[in-house]
Design a protein around this ligand. Structure first.
Ligand code: SAM
Length: 341
């Protein structure tokens, strides 16, 4: 299978053929390709959910502005630094600060937080996932020391994007942000949900083609899971099998990318994450947020925040990864093209 040279129709064909179960050939190819650049390593990142305030109203998301049932919180600089301290002591060397688009963290505040982390933990990478900003803001984040930025494109189809988001949001701006981030020298992460409402197999093929065009260093793929307080409450969750197929295809298409086995994958199935690793995923992002607030960052129903999703279970996670022949790695885990000499 030469997936690298496939056009949209051919990719759609592969997706349809592997919709209900990824073929052994596909999984084997993805598993082997991951080995080429990253051996048997699974990199670990500490995820700090800094705020569940959001100015946006994405139809799928549990922390959308319009959801009045969210117990809103935001972390102070000291609280964030405390999370990093805990993570550092556990051996983590990447901190991911994720949150809704919360204007409380203006550029000065955010840059202060980033540089405080980099001052204290100079051997660590800082990843941000704070949504769409001006290029100037991204530039300030970069100058303050941020290394990576995760911004899923969500869907590469304009028509589908419009069905998932309110009118004031656009795929055009989302893509612009991704290209701005790339230009500024961030390691960039794009990605999408599998099984989001109105998604077609053709849309998924378009997602793959967009990834091929953008060449991000990281890709986040997880199933859509409904949240009871969103307009998409009645829709079904994305399927485990199709998500695994998309993970495997992404690994083959972008051999060097860092590809997490996401929390959403671990939420829809008990062994979803292991299946993700077997399909070429090589990153795990346990939750490092203050324990009592984890339940409030509910993007979807039943979001896993205990057990293997919690940083406190790092030993268990490590054991499980060992059992499938892989090995947890605590280094910064940069994309191979970004490793400093
Ligand atoms: N505000 C930032 C942004 O827009 O990128 C980061 C936070 S946002 C909540 C992180 C990701 O959660 C989104 O990119 C989306 O793909 C995912 N997400 C939100 N709601 C979801 C749902 N119902 N099911 C699965 N994933 C969801």
């Amino acid at each position: 299978m030469d997936i690298l040279s496939m056009n949209k129709a051919e990719l759609k064909g592969i997706i349809v053929a592997n919709k209900f179960e990824a073929s052994k050939a596909l999984l084997d190819e993805a598993f082997e390709i991951r080995k080429l650049y990253y051996g048997n390593k699974v990199y670990v990142r500490g995820l700090i959910e800094i705020s569940n305030y959001c100015r946006n109203n994405c139809f799928y998301c549990g922390i959308r502005k319009g959801n009045g049932n969210v117990n809103r919180y935001r972390l102070t600089e000291d609280e964030i630094l405390l999370c990093c301290k805990k993570g550092y002591e556990l051996g983590l060397r990447t901190f991911v600060m994720q949150g809704g688009e919360d204007e409380f963290y203006d550029d000065d505040k955010m840059c202060r937080i980033i540089s405080s982390i980099k001052d204290k933990y100079s051997d660590c990478a800082v990843t941000l996932s704070l949504g769409e900003k001006d290029k100037e803001t991204y530039k300030r984040y970069k100058n303050a020391g941020a290394d990576r930025y995760l911004l899923r494109h969500e869907t590469a189809s304009v028509k589908h994007y419009k069905k998932l988001h309110p009118r004031e949001m656009s795929l055009e701006n989302r893509k612009k942000c991704l290209y701005d981030l790339k230009e500024l020298g961030f390691q960039v992460g794009a990605g999408f949900m599998v099984g989001s409402p109105f998604q077609t197999e053709e849309n998924l093929a378009e997602d793959l083609l967009f990834l091929k065009e953008l060449q991000p260093q990281m890709v986040g793929i997880g199933p859509f899971i409904p949240h009871c307080d969103t307009p998409f409450r009645e829709y079904e969750a994305g399927a485990l099998e199709l998500t695994i197929t998309m993970v495997a295809l992404t690994r083959i298409l972008l051999p060097k990318c860092l590809l997490p086995a996401t929390t959403a994958l671990g939420t829809i199935s008990k062994n979803g994450r292991e299946k993700g690793f077997m399909a070429g995923a090589n990153v795990v992002m346990p939750n490092l947020s203050p324990t009592e607030l984890r339940k409030d960052y509910a993007l979807y129903n039943d979001k896993a925040y205990t057990g293997d999703e919690a940083v406190e279970s790092i030993k268990n996670i490590s054991e499980k990864i060992k059992r499938i022949g892989l090995e947890i790695d605590f280094s910064r885990g940069d994309n191979v093209d970004f490793v400093e000499n």
